[in-house]
Write a new protein. Structure first.
Length: 238
């Protein structure tokens, strides 16, 4: 059976979650593409970003696309918060995403497995510890990027609420935090997350769960055996 096919699969991610993820993909991709020339233009040795700026139609266009991508990220994050607060599946998954003692045991078990000291890998539930890491990195990253981005986008409005001696320091901290958190987030997403979801052994050339929301039973039994056992137990009780 083709792993990318949703046939004979079970739902892993509902429509609301998949739509939020697509909004996140679009907004973050645009933010990264437009941020690179803006960040690199600060340095005299970075003449190559001029090509990217020309592709978008000029520096002002790059800035406009970056701002609108930022608003899209705000919308996606607000959508997710409402989803967590209102939707039963959102509340369930949020609680399951909270760090637990088992996550640390699974991490140790996994390291032992990779080192050849354990003959079997850890058995994960609905979310493995590295999936929780992805989620919380993005969650707090959104708070930092949105907060610092708003400060940079509306300097006069923000300055009106700050004591005069703090203004320069706050804007300086916001700017540097925004730049460096963006680099960290891009590296985490395009190396760690993309590898785990699409390129690690058994996944290449990529998973389509983010699109159709379904996972085939064999994959669920292999990667989320505890969740599979829980679903079977509930099914038997019915």
């Amino acid at each position: 059976m083709n792993k990318g096919s949703p046939d004979a699969g079970v739902e892993r991610f509902p429509l609301h979650f998949r739509f939020q993820h697509i909004l996140l993909i679009v907004s973050v991709t645009l933010l990264v593409l437009t941020a690179i020339p803006l960040w690199c233009s600060r340095y005299p040795f970075s003449g190559w970003p001029a090509g990217v700026i020309s592709f978008f139609g000029g520096l002002e266009t790059v800035r406009a696309v970056h701002r609108w991508a930022g608003f899209l990220l705000i919308f996606a994050f607000a959508y997710h918060i409402l989803y967590v607060l209102i939707h039963p599946a959102g509340r369930r998954d949020f609680l399951l995403m909270l760090p637990a003692k088992k996550d640390f045991a699974d991490l140790y078990h996994n390291i032992s497995y990779f080192a050849g000291k354990s003959g079997t890998p850890p058995r994960f539930g609905r979310f493995a510890y590295f999936e929780k890491f992805d989620y919380w990195a993005m969650f707090w990253g959104c708070i930092i990027m949105i907060g610092t981005g708003v400060i940079m986008l509306y300097p006069q409005e923000v300055a009106a609420f700050l004591p005069q001696p703090w203004t320069t320091r706050v804007f300086g901290v916001a700017r540097e935090t925004h730049y460096h958190e963006a680099i960290l987030a891009a590296l985490a997403l395009f190396i760690w997350h993309v590898y785990n979801v699409h390129f690690k052994p058994g996944r290449f050339p990529g998973s389509m769960v983010w699109w159709h929301g379904k996972i085939i039973r064999e994959e669920q039994e292999k990667e989320h055996p505890l969740e599979r056992e829980e679903l079977l137990s509930v099914s038997r009780k019915k």
